[in-house]
Design a binder for this molecule. Structure first.
Ligand code: FAD
Length: 390
């Protein structure tokens, strides 16, 4: 990728920045700050504005309700939102099931679902994991039997994030149990209001409930809601996970996290001096900062590949793996710089000054688990990127 900016891209950058500065307003501080919370209600007004501008589904082609940004434009768009401190649009609809529907869905599915996702009128959740199927997802047991023109679903999903605010769920179901496990799975779109579908919160240590168990008892789903063909759900599942990993990997503003560590290390003192004055601390910070810059250039490399018509494929795992571990490393450093204050779970004064470091350090532990655990990412990279033997 040529990193010198063309006049068109420079103009585009300016238009994104001007618009974002004019439209983004940080929500008033609540008991908790806005990022990564139980539901995104605080972000709805911002997402609405992005949707009106046609920028919410910022990776999507124009034909499906996106802005049709080129890869360099997408990078500039993320950079500028980050620079203005504005959240990058996210969600199971725009990042996952939407792209899958325009890639593999029927015309009727595209017409029914995509406009509502792009306008933020319908929200989605993901029904993949089950009590006995996480990393080994293909072992899933939620059954769907075709009866006439409907599938009848029975079983249970778990860790369904934001099930309480979603109108739709995409689920992987077993449609054939007599074949190799990957070959008997289908991908269905299910209305959360369906009779027989219920959810139950999973309470976290902090008292909130970000996840739900989702139960299906004779839930009837129209046959037309299958994406891809019957028993081809594994192909859909893998395609969707690539979209998920790219978005998990590219949406974090590591530069902002680095700046947060620096400001924490300036604020807190050790032996009468700011923590940042400590040579060993600085050395560790510089290592992580250089790694953050490397990730930025890897993003450009990926963009170049896509512009040349190549499919990112399993390389998306590299992003997810390195971004998540780097992010966790930076938060650990920030926690160290805070000394005993890091033990406070939530402190409004600290939160306002320090981006609520202890809480986010804890929340970000999850990044190496969701979207496929990092151990599993290493397996994928070893096999499918590096071509190592089993
Ligand atoms: C914050 C968060 C949000 C989530 N949201 C959703 C959601 O909305 N919808 C959904 O369907 N799921 C969701 N999940 C579930 C997530 O996808 C699973 O937790 C994940 O796939 C791991 O599965 P598991 O928890 O069953 O762990 P397990 O698969 O039981 O793994 C346990 C440990 O063993 C390791 N391991 C397993 N297999 C291998 C292997 N072959 N080689 C090396 N190590 C291995 C794992 O890395 C892990 O450390 C979410 C999880 C989190 C943390």
């Amino acid at each position: 990728m040529d990193l010198r900016e063309s006049p068109e891209i420079a103009e585009f950058r300016k238009s994104v920045r001007d618009w974002t500065l004019a439209n983004w307003r940080k929500p008033a501080a609540k008991a908790h700050s806005y990022e990564g919370m139980e539901d995104d209600d605080d972000l709805r007004p911002w997402f609405k504005k992005l949707a009106e501008k046609g920028w919410l589904a910022y990776r999507w082609p124009q034909a499906y309700g996106g802005p049709g940004f080129s890869e360099p434009q997408q990078i500039v768009f993320i950079d500028e939102l980050n620079r203005c401190g504005a959240p990058i649009p996210h969600g199971f609809g725009i990042n996952m099931v939407g792209p899958l529907i325009y890639q593999f869905g029927t015309d009727a599915q595209k017409m029914r679902f995509l406009p509502k996702i792009a306008k933020d009128e319908e929200r989605w959740c993901q029904g993949y994991s089950e009590p006995n199927a996480g990393s080994d997802l293909a072992s899933l047991q939620t059954r769907a039997e075709l009866v006439g023109d409907e599938f009848v679903l029975n079983g249970q999903k778990t860790w369904t994030s934001r099930a309480n605010v979603a109108q739709w769920i995409f689920v992987l179901v077993r449609t054939d149990s007599h074949v190799q496990k990957q070959k008997g799975i289908s991908f269905l779109l299910v209305d959360m209001q369906s009779k027989g579908l219920s959810i139950r919160p999973i309470r976290q240590i902090d008292g909130r409930a970000s996840f739900y168990e989702t139960f299906f008892e004779d839930v009837r789903v129209p046959k037309a809601n299958i994406v891809g063909k019957i028993n081809e759900g594994w192909t859909m599942a893998k395609a969707l996970l690539e979209h998920e990993r790219i978005s998990t990997g590219t949406n974090i503003n590591l530069q902002k996290v680095v700046a947060m560590v620096k400001s924490a290390a300036r604020e807190y003192h050790m032996d009468g001096k700011p923590v940042l004055a400590d040579a060993q601390f600085r050395e560790r910070l510089v290592d992580l900062e250089m790694a953050a810059d490397c990730i930025q250039y890897t993003r450009y490399r990926l963009a170049t590949a896509v512009m040349q018509g190549k499919h990112p494929g399993p390389e998306a795992s590299i992003f997810k793996l390195f971004q998540s571990e780097l992010n966790q490393g930076l938060y650990e450093l920030a926690m160290e710089s805070m000394g005993p204050d890091a033990a406070a779970w939530y402190d409004k004064r600290l939160a306002e000054q320090m981006y609520d470091i202890p809480m986010f350090a804890t929340i970000h532990r999850a990044m190496s688990i969701y979207s496929g655990s990092n151990e599993v990412q290493r397996n994928i990279i070893a096999k499918r990127v590096l071509g190592l033997p089993d």
